[in-house]
Design a binder for this molecule. Structure first.
Ligand SMILES: [Zn+2]
Length: 456
């Protein structure tokens, strides 16, 4: 009897089993170069079989976005469950397992997308199906949106939907990637939960210096465009934007302090405690890539172009500078700081594609409460911290049109795996198998707390 009971408790629940099944279906379709529709078709069938209205909306042939809606009473405005089903390419990466075949090895599930972002997509589908089948009362509609093209800026997915079919996404709140459930490096327990409430703004600039061209045997004696550009790029590299602690980063810095070593850990702890950065601490924080990116806007040169041939003088020398702007700063401010740092009228600065500056989502509201409650229910006294992403997700497109978007984690994993490039975007992307069901249970707990009438 006791044995049977233990067995029963250890068995995965139907929602966890279904999420795992869907995850394996999703990662088996290579969506690294489009092809999202093919990955979404079996899920459309599942929704329809459960009586949930669902459709696949294509922004271009093969670039599908699946939208399904589980109806609630309408007392509250809808909750959007967003996950992208495209993935980054695997070409040139040293994978030790086939990237588009789910492979269990050494306690991990390996496959491209298992972390970014197909585990979340699978969990959201399973959770929505469970709610629809159980017919428990919902205070708001659950909209599931599984989208295309996040890794290439959202133009095939969320950005396109916001511009062309905003009615489909019209929600008060959205849950998306951009947060995390961290395990310890040995995967033995859950260490912390990070709730993403803000992201840095992605903005690239093109620097252009014009030259006269001609034969390289008679180079210019002054005004060499490449030399002028090189000097400008050095100044960009040496420029330090001002440091600050934002409400979205303060707890994140405190959490980072717990896993780093002195003197970085001490500088982080003091900074998080005071909410301001002392000059001595600034020097320490500025040497660490992650801490530096959390406390200031950064700009870095990523692309260079000159003449197309070695014996031809360039008529233009060009560089692309990619900036990641703190959410309370502007593109214009960043551009004029760059101009001032370069201090050379011969260098023209152009703004490349603008994706909009998105405000932060509220801290401490209903989503914070739901995430804290879910964390406590599952793992007890594990810290929950608000965080800012240094990278960009589709949340920016939602925040820009007034949908408060929050970053959660799909499948739990360690920060160490992320640092080693085994979480998002790297070779051998993987997640510990033993925590996959907990990842689903966590998201389910958050959704239930936000949307179920009998739980509120
Ligand atoms: Zn992603």
């Amino acid at each position: 009897m006791v044995g049977a009971l233990v067995c029963l408790l250890a068995a995965a629940s139907p929602v966890e089993t279904e999420a795992r099944e869907i995850l394996e279906l999703l990662v088996a379709v290579d969506t690294s170069h489009g092809n999202e529709t093919k990955a979404l078709e079996p899920l459309l069938q599942r929704f329809r079989a459960a009586g949930v209205p669902a459709e696949i909306v294509e922004s271009a042939p093969g670039r599908g976005n699946l939208i399904a809606r589980v109806r609630g009473s309408g007392k509250k405005r809808p909750l959007l469950l967003l996950a992208h089903v495209d993935v980054v390419p695997v070409e040139g990466q040293p994978w030790t397992v086939p990237p588009f075949t789910p492979t269990e090895k050494d306690g991990f599930l390996y496959a491209r997308g298992v972390s970014d972002d197909k585990a979340m997509a699978a969990a959201f589908v399973a959770i929505a199906l469970e709610q629809a089948r159980s017919q428990k009362p919902l205070s708001r509609d659950l909209i599931v949106a599984l989208t295309a093209g996040e890794e290439t800026g959202g133009a095939a997915g969320v950005r396109w939907l916001v511009q062309n079919r905003k009615d489909l996404l019209d929600a008060e709140l959205a849950l998306n990637e951009g947060g995390a459930v961290y395990t310890t490096p040995d995967s033995s327990r859950i260490e912390s939960v990070s709730l993403g409430v803000a992201e840095k703004t992605f903005q690239s600039f093109r620097l252009v210096v014009r030259g006269k061209g001609g034969h390289s045997s008679v180079p210019p004696t002054e005004g060499d465009p490449v030399a002028i550009l090189a000097r400008a790029l050095l100044r960009v590299a040496e420029h330090r934007f001002p440091v600050k602690v934002l409400p979205a980063t303060r707890e994140q810095l405190a959490l980072l302090a717990r896993t780093e070593k002195p003197p970085l850990s001490e500088a982080l702890r003091r900074t998080a405690e005071k909410g301001t950065i002392a000059a001595d601490d600034e020097r320490v924080l500025s040497k660490d890539r992650i801490a530096n990116a959390l406390v200031r806007t950064t700009c870095v040169t990523t692309m260079l172009a000159g003449s197309p041939q070695d014996n031809v003088l360039p008529t233009t020398a060009e560089a692309t500078v990619n900036c990641r702007i703190l959410p309370d700063e502007t593109r214009e401010g960043t551009m004029s700081a760059l101009k001032k740092a370069i201090g050379d009228g011969a260098v023209e600065i152009r703004v490349l594609e603008e994706v909009g500056v998105a405000p932060s989502s509220p801290i401490g509201g209903q989503v914070t409460e739901a995430v804290r409650g879910a964390t406590r229910a599952l793992w007890g006294d594990v810290p929950v911290v608000h965080s800012m992403g240094t990278g960009a997700t589709d949340s920016r497109h939602l925040r820009a049109v007034g949908i408060a978007s929050f970053g959660l984690g799909g499948a739990p994993g360690s920060l160490e795996d992320a640092r080693q490039g085994r979480a998002a975007h790297g070779a051998d992307e993987r997640r510990p198998v033993r925590w996959l069901p907990d990842g689903v249970r966590f998201l389910r707990e958050v959704v239930v707390r936000l949307a179920r009438e009998d739980v509120q």
